[in-house]
Design a protein around this ligand. Sequence first.
Ligand SMILES: [Zn+2]
Ligand SMILES: [Zn+2]
Length: 734
Amino acid sequence: MMRYLHFTLWGALLLAFSCAPKQTLFEDGRSEYSIVVGEDATLIEQYAAQELQTWIREVSGAELPLVADAQPGKRLILTCEEPEGRDDAFVYANDGGDIRFTGKGPRGTLYAVYAFLENELGCRWYSAKVSVAPRRDSWSFRKLHCQEAPGIRIRDNCYLDPRTKPVFSARLRNNFVRIPSPDGEGTIPGSAEGYWGVHALGTHVPVGKYFKTHPEYFCLRDGKRYGGYGQPCLSNPEVLAITIESVRKVMLEEPDYLIYSVEQNDNQLFCQCEDCQALSQMYGGESGVMIWFVNQVADAVREEFPDKFIGTFAYQYTRHAPTGIRPRENVVVRLCSIECCLMHGYDECEQNQSFLQDLREWGEIAPHLYIWDYVTDFAQYCVPVANWKTLQPHIRDFRDNHAIGILEEGDYQTVSCELREMRTWLLSKLMWNPDADMDALILDFTDGYYGPAGRYIRDYLDLEERILRRPGVHGNCYVHPSDSMFTDEFIQEGRRIFADAKEAVAGQQDLYNRVETAEMPLCFLQMVKNPLLGFQEGADDLVRRVVEREGMSRLAEGAWAGGMMSAKELLAYYEQIREEIDKGIVLPAVAVNPTEKGVEYVRYEGDFMSTAEMLDRGTEVERGTASYIGLTEAQEKDHFGYVYKGWLEASKEGLYQFRITSDDGTVLLLDGKPVLDLDGSHSPVSAFCFVRLEKGFHSFELRYFEDCEGQILEGSLMGPAEPLVPLCDWKLYH
Ligand SMILES: [Zn+2]
Ligand SMILES: [Zn+2]
């Protein structure tokens, strides 16, 4: 019976759909339809109508007129009628031949248009430069109905393009930046959502304005009021009154924002006065004092600004959730994920436990959180980040803990982030719908943006998954390009995949360029890890082409994380090592014929700061032969050194690249000449040298010493006949 009923229902539904008469929007470049925007239409409705007109023309060749009214049955009607749901929610549906696009403010109607163009006509806005509008001879429909609401209310996609190109940004349904108004002057009112200010407490209560007359407004530190950049004294009622007045003024003068910052200044100098500390005692720490203060600001503006929020930070000394107090309904708490491991889910990685705990504790007491999330590498923007499998679960965790907004921080200063177009697109889709089908999105983007090379881009993502996310490997947003997670296998296998990808789009210049841009991070890594191979395989040329074509000038957020800052410097560095290679010393072979494999060594002990000091006054404690060069665990950890001597065999004449990483100092001599000098007491450093060797034997001497703390002696060699050989496998004889 149930089965019968089931079939009957399905039958009825199918019948209903198939019986609806077929409506044709356009055919053979012509359309009988008009786009209807009422005379009282808002600017955003007018803008949505223009976008609809533009993209239907791109797809069909037909120009639909924009009119105030038209004959029923052939209308595309744009209205802003506030359907159920949250801000920006929308419905598009047909009513006979008419299609209605109805949205809730501020941008619902516009998003209804974009959703229609994407779902029904196949339009895509993959990047700021690449839009797809598939040409169609005709398009018809019987029944249309699509209803959506954003999963995250404020979607701040902080890559350069969505941050600086508002038209593109709106097409991806990000809503942090404003859309230019149709007359080209200013922006469409009401289209900006987001945050006014950051660390704004100092703006509300400026130390320069008040400290002289009212030092008691500012933090008490070690018994004295502090007149530098500290925090205000939050328990002082006049500080509260000044803050409320200042916030009100900003809210009146700049009404387009959703959240207004009353966030702590960017330092940890909170007030130690008796009243502040009593509050801290009462509410479980400094975050409790802050919430106590911010709640009062929020209470004071609630009636006058019922739809707005007051923002505060859970950051540094206010990071942990308070006890015995909850943020008000109109307070937003901003939490930052900067120390997290990007490569794993919050609940599956040891390094993320502290953030997860804060997220959950705040999520439990705060009606609204705002997450400042880091999704790319900030030591060097182009470093591959294997976080494709965690973007979605992270966003879901934010949503499930009441995130009203997310800032996804990417390469906001430049365009050099790995696969930035795909990251930008995916993050926009996921912030709109955290439950979207991620595999389908990746398939859509890779095939749509890279064409026939799309499947190879997916192979590359699989390679990242297999090698970068291998067990035991973690990465926060400051992974350096020399990190050991980027193995030679990863780089070589990756470049092989990209060779196939480029072959798949040979002759299609636009697609080819996009694939080259995607390969640039691997070439960058190869030039860091193994420049000789990089030169042989054209890695430097590819980096140069991409840097110039994409207009990359900046390669890292700042100098503090040790990455290469400017593209100009990088290219100059490539030139410099190329010159070194070209002029490389040529060493003639020595007429010897050693047959015993391995090296002779002398072990020293003593307190020295360089290999020269070791030879001068180290105590010789051991002498012998070893089958390979390398430090063994069993030896003592500090104040020792070795001199290894033997013969290195060059199996073919040509250029050899030597690379040594050492802690502390190393000097490498070939045929008596120092060719690599890393002497002195220091933490691990790496260096290369390039030497031309005649075929045959060359005398070899490596001096190494360890002062104190960590010790490392590693190396690699690459020659014309051999791939990369680790130090322990060099062909040495004595
Ligand atoms: Zn105080
Ligand atoms: Zn991890």
